[in-house]
Design a protein around this ligand. Sequence first.
Ligand SMILES: [Zn+2]
Length: 418
Amino acid sequence: MTTTKELIIRTHHVERVQTVGGDSLEPTDRQTGRPSHPIMLVKCHKSLPPLLKHTDVPARITENFILSGYRFPNYSLVQCLVSAFRPTNETGNFWTHFLPVFVFGFYFAEPFGWEGAAPANDPFFYPLWTYFIGVFCLLTASSMAHLLNSMSLVVREVCFFVDYGTISAYTVGSSLAYHYYIHPRAGIPELGAGGANDSREHPLAAPEAPGFGVFFETFYIPSSCLVAVICVLACCNTRQRWRTYRYVIRTLVFLLPFLVASTPIFYRLLHASPSSPSYDSSFPAAQFFYRHCFWLVASAVFNISKVPERLSPGRFDIWGHSHQWFHVCTFLSILDELHMINGELRAILLRLAPGGTPTAPPHLPGPTMASTYGVMLLLQASIASIIAWFSWCAKVVYEPQAGQAGKEVLAKRHLKCH
Ligand SMILES: [Zn+2]
């Protein structure tokens, strides 16, 4: 058993758990053997329990090929927050989605500073704001889920239900932005009768694509919302059943919203674009879309393969394991998606500007509070209801176990410390 191999080393009141083989659970300077962050440890050692090995925590919270660096159980909120600055197997997961919030915010604000752009609160920007809400919730919920999940088994479940919910909300935020900015008739507010609703000359009105027109204008957003709800249900279920294939299911389940949300882009790539004066088949932001797809595929590969920790279990426990690369790739995919949306926004603003390139008359109704924030609010309420239901089920199932598991881990920890 691991516990018989472990020695407790107390140096300058800093408590560390170290194996006979020398694999400290706290990172140390390899030359000196001292903690690489002595000041922080001295400050935090009284508030943070020692980290644990995978054999010391309930199987439920272990990750494949991650052998050490676990925090469990019953961390207080403050201890969880402080642990963001302590190398554990969740620290990288937290920072790889928390820092990107600021990077995303920086690039998100770009369009508001463009010459001739409407004020930030103009209805034209409503879909951009709902996209921002989706991404912001995704990144913050994901990072906080990784930070706070050591409070208890039940909190851990709730954290990841919220994580899945925000991923789905993000996909609908993307769909709203695509609908109003990338849709084949997108982004041009309805200016009035006559030309505004005259779609006879538009590619979507052409005989070869009537079905697409109906889909885009009637079913696209409802389909995105429906798929998002199905995804939340499926992903929450993977925490209670289908555990063996949970990473595959979660990855595949999120491919579906991507396919549904991206249909306007697929259409734009294959058909004439109203953004182009010559109505050629170019999609100016295509390079960003391809990169967005590349990063999504890369994130899926990391999430399913569990590389690199699969190749060397224990070596990537703290830094460099697949979930951190998964986070990095998902953020890069979001960043390229934002660049793509901003590129289309710029094209629309240029067309709307005085002296801009003449284009087809507007065909889509402009965004409204109800069609953007209203849709997002309704979706979030639906997702919150699903999360509440699964959380209640998790509480019923895991609360009794959590108490027992906590006592067992605390007993092991007590044995190690005395
Ligand atoms: Zn994550």
